[in-house]
Design a protein around this ligand. Sequence first.
Ligand SMILES: C[S@@+](CC[C@H](N)C(=O)[O-])C[C@H]1O[C@@H](n2cnc3c(N)ncnc32)[C@H](O)[C@@H]1O
Length: 200
Amino acid sequence: MKRSIDDHAERFSAVAEEYDEQQDSDEYAACASMVIDAADPGPEETVLDLGTGTGAIALALAGDAGTVIGRDISEGMLAEARRKAEAAGHENVSFGEGRFREPNVDTEVDVVVSNFAMHHLADDEKRAAIEAIAALAPRRFVLGDVMLSAPIPEGEEQYAPEVDDPAAVGVLVEALTDAGFTVSDVTLVSDQYGVLVADR
Ligand SMILES: C[S@@+](CC[C@H](N)C(=O)[O-])C[C@H]1O[C@@H](n2cnc3c(N)ncnc32)[C@H](O)[C@@H]1O
């Protein structure tokens, strides 16, 4: 059975303090760096980072953007993000509770980013999340995530969809297009990871 939002939040809060040091895969580094580059916010622009976790992407964009808003469901991950923002002296970044389908944002947003988070949602939930992001009317949405461009070969570890439920790249592109975005770039880091850039 699909994990509830509260289950996901608890699971991440339990590992929040060790989360950063565990992100040592080449795929994570490649996706994070591409998401940061593609976001490319202007100095007056507002960036929303959904599923911000400990703020890796949000904090990397703080020097370039006017304002950065991080949203997540895990209070433990948000606490880490706030601690790092304070240590770095970033006063234009704020972190708070918000979820993909209810981002809890009441300001105009120019760029939405999300890295390694949307794959926790089922495909119909991802579609609803993409519609909620489109409703914020950003000029760009950059999604780095686990996404499948080929079936996982038999014998290799499969995902447990109640926790990790990556979509096929085509499913994401179709949902973005249906929500009014034009997918301007698809970069596949491997058969299981990629970055999509969607513009309006
Ligand atoms: C693997 S971490 C990625 C964190 C960060 N974006 C990064 O690149 O390191 C996934 C994050 O997504 C959050 N998350 C899971 N489901 C969510 C939802 N429905 N809405 C918002 N955040 C969610 C988790 O709490 C967790 O902090």
